[in-house]
Design a protein around this ligand. Structure first.
Ligand code: ADP
Ligand code: GLC
Length: 491
C-alpha cells in the first residue's frame, strides 16, 4: 500500500510532544511491514536540521491557490532516520513557518490551513496518488474537507483518509477568512451544523469537526479515550459529532518505537541494560545524579517528563515534587511550559529549590536528557487531568521506571495497579494508579510506590521487571492501522 502522512510534527526532527513520536513510529512500522510511506511536513525554521539526511529541493515552484491568488512554495525532501519526508516552504511575506516556533502564533489556524492546502496541492501536482492519506489533529483537519470538496474533482477521487485525533482540546477555530483563503467559497454551505460550523459557537468554523465529518475513518489514540470523548466531557464539545459518526470512529492504542526507546541500545544513555541485567540501570541513576548535581544516597528518584500544561495536572506535578521530598525521595522534572503563567510558576519553584540537593527542575525541551531520566529514575508520575494515550508511562515501563498514574484515558489501557487491579493477576501488574484529582489521591499512590521501594526492594524489582516485559511497541497498533487502511481501501 502507498500511504502518505500529513502532519505538523515528526520526531525527532519536529517534536513538541507525543504526536511527533507517533507519526515517526507508525511510519517506521508500516514501512517494516512492506508498505511505502511518505510524510509531508511544514518546513519550520526551528526544526532539528541535524536529524535530516540529504535535504534537497524536490519541487521548486509549487503554486498554492490562496485568497484567489497563489503563494509559491518550494518543497524540500530528505530522510529522517530512514523515513522519506517532504517539507513545504511557502515563499510569502506571511513567514508562516519562519517564526522560531511550531505552535503558539495568533494566526496558527491560517498557518496550518495553508499547510493542509499546500500538502494536497503538492500531491496533485506531482501526481502522487496514495491509497491512503493519514492526517493528524486539528492542524490537518481541513485535509479531508479539501480533498472531498475540491481535490477529488481534479483527479484525486480514490484517496481514502484516516484522521487521528491526539488531543480534542485544540480544535482549530476560525472565522470565514479561512474559507475564502482556502477556496471553500460557499460560506453558507460550510457554515452548517452538519459540516464545519462549531457545535457551540455558530459564528466560527471548527477544523477538527471538519476532519471528523469528512474523513473515511476517525481514530483517537486509545480505546478508553475513544469512549471518554464520545460519552464524556473529553470530546470538548465534539461528543455529538462523534456520536453522529460513531460508525467510523474507534480507538487504537499508540505504540512507542522500540528502536528509539530501548535501554539495550539507546545512544543517549551511558549504560545499557536488560530486564535480566539491571545493573546498568543503577549506573544510569548515578550518572543522572552526577549530571544534575543531585546527591548520592539510598533514595528513590521520582521523575516527571512532559509538557507543563493544564492537561497534565500541573498542580499535582507541583505537589508530587514536595511530597517526594517529604517522603525522603528525590525528584527530577523535565518540563516544557505551554503558557507563560505556568512557566513563571515553575521558574519560581526552580529558583526556590535551587540549592536543594534532592531535586532538579529542568524547564524546556531536551530530547537527550529525557532518555537519561527515563533510564535513571525509579518511578515516573503522570497525574494528568486527561490523557488521550500518554507515551511517558509506556516509555517508563520500557526503561524499568515504575509509572504512578491517574486512571484516565490511555493510562487506563496501559498501567495496571500492583495492589488493586481487577483485570490482571499480580504477576502481570506494572505500576500504581489513583483516580481523584486531589493531592491525597496522588499521595496514596506515591506512598505505596515509595513504601515498596524502601521496605520491599525485591518486590519493587519484580514490579520493574514485570513492567519491562510488556510489549507496547508498534507491533500490535501497526497491525490494527493496516487492517483499518485495508478496510477503507476496499470500501
Ligand atoms: P503529549 O503528547 O500530550 O505531550 P505524550 O506522553 O504522548 O504527551 O508524549 C510526550 C512525548 O514528548 C514523550 O516522548 C516525552 O518524552 C516527550 N517530552 C515531553 N516533554 C518533554 C521535554 N520537556 N523534553 C523532552 N522530551 C519531552
Ligand atoms: C497527544 C496526547 C497524548 C498522546 C499523544 C500522541 O498530545 O496528549 O496523550 O499520547 O498525543 O498520540
Amino acid at each position: 500500500m502507498y500511504i502518505v502522512q500529513i502532519a505538523s510534527e515528526c520526531a525527532p526532527v519536529i517534536k513538541a510532544g507525543g504526536l511527533g513520536d507517533v507519526v515517526y513510529g507508525l511510519s517506521r512500522e508500516l514501512e517494516l511491514r512492506g508498505h511505502t510511506i511518505e510524510i509531508i511536513l511544514p518546513k519550520y525554521d526551528c526544526m532539528r536540521y541535524d536529524h535530516i539526511w540529504g535535504l534537497h529541493e524536490a519541487y521548486q515552484d509549487l503554486s498554492v491557490p490562496w485568497y484567489g491568488a497563489t503563494i509559491q512554495c518550494t518543497v524540500y525532501c530528505g530522510w529522517v532516520h530512514g523515513r522519506l519526508c517532504f517539507f513545504i516552504e511557502p515563499r510569502s511575506q506571511d513567514y508562516f513557518f519562519n517564526r522560531g516556533i511550531y505552535y503558539g502564533a495568533k494566526d496558527d489556524y491560517m498557518r496550518f490551513a495553508f499547510f493542509s492546502k499546500a500538502a494536497l496541492e503538492f500531491l496533485l501536482r506531482t501526481n502522487k496518488r496514495p491509497d491512503l492519506i493519514h492526517c493528524h489533529d486539528w492542524q490537518t483537519g481541513l485535509v479531508p474537507v479539501l480533498l472531498y470538496e475540491v481535490y477529488q474533482w481534479h483527479g484525486m477521487e480514490n484517496q481514502r483518509v484516516c484522521y487521528t485525533i491526539h488531543n480534542f482540546k485544540h480544535q482549530g477555530i476560525s472565522g470565514t477568512d479561512v474559507l475564502w483563503a482556502t477556496g471553500l467559497n460557499r460560506e453558507s454551505y460550510y457554515f452548517d451544523y452538519e459540516r464545519l460550523q462549531d457545535n457551540f459557537n455558530p459564528f466560527v468554523i471548527n477544523f477538527m469537526k471538519g476532519g471528523i465529518v469528512y474523513s473515511n475513518h476517525v481514530t483517537t489514540v486509545s480505546p478508553h479515550h475513544a469512549w471518554e470523548a464520545h460519552h464524556g466531557e473529553f470530546g470538548y464539545g465534539l461528543g455529538h459529532t462523534l456520536h453522529m459518526h460513531q460508525h467510523k470512529f474507534s480507538g487504537i492504542l499508540n505504540g512507542i518505537d522500540y528502536e528509539v526507546w530501548n535501554p539495550e541500545i539507546d545512544l543517549y544513555i551511558p549504560y545499557h541494560y536488560t530486564p535480566a541485567k539491571l545493573k546498568g540501570k543503577a549506573l544510569n541513576k548515578k550518572a543522572l545524579r552526577e549530571k544534575l548535581w543531585l546527591r548520592d544516597g539510598d533514595k528513590p528518584i521520582i521523575a516527571y517528563i512532559g509538557r507543563l500544561d493544564d492537561q497534565k495536572g500541573v498542580h499535582l506535578v507541583h505537589h508530587a515534587i514536595y511530597y517526594a521530598l517529604h517522603r525522603d525521595a528525590q525528584f527530577v522534572l523535565l518540563g516544557s511550559p505551554t503558557e507563560s503563567a505556568i512557566g513563571s510558576w515553575f521558574g519560581h519553584e526552580k529558583g526556590f529549590l535551587n540549592d536543594n540537593p534532592d531535586v532538579h527542575l529542568e524547564l524546556g525541551f531536551n530530547e537527550e536528557l529525557s532518555h537519561l531520566i527515563y533510564a535513571g529514575a525509579d518511578m515516573i508520575v503522570v497525574p494528568s487531568n486527561y490523557e488521550p494515550c500518554g507515551l511517558t508511562q509506556m516509555i517508563g515501563l520500557r526503561y524499568g521506571t515504575v509509572p504512578v498514574v491517574r486512571g484516565v484515558g490511555g493510562l487506563v489501557n496501559t498501567v495496571f495497579d500492583r495492589d488493586y487491579d481487577e483485570q490482571y493477576l499480580p504477576e502481570k501488574r506494572n505500576g500504581y494508579v489513583f483516580h481523584q484529582t486531589d493531592n491525597s489521591a496522588l499521595e496514596s499512590a506515591m506512598d505505596r510506590a515509595i513504601g515498596l521501594w524502601y521496605h520491599y526492594p525485591d518486590e519493587f524489582q519484580k514490579l520493574v521487571v514485570q513492567g519491562m516485559s510488556y510489549d507496547y511497541s508498534w507491533n500490535y497498533p501497526g497491525k490494527d492501522y493496516l487492517e483499518l487502511y485495508e478496510h477503507l481501501r476496499h470500501k
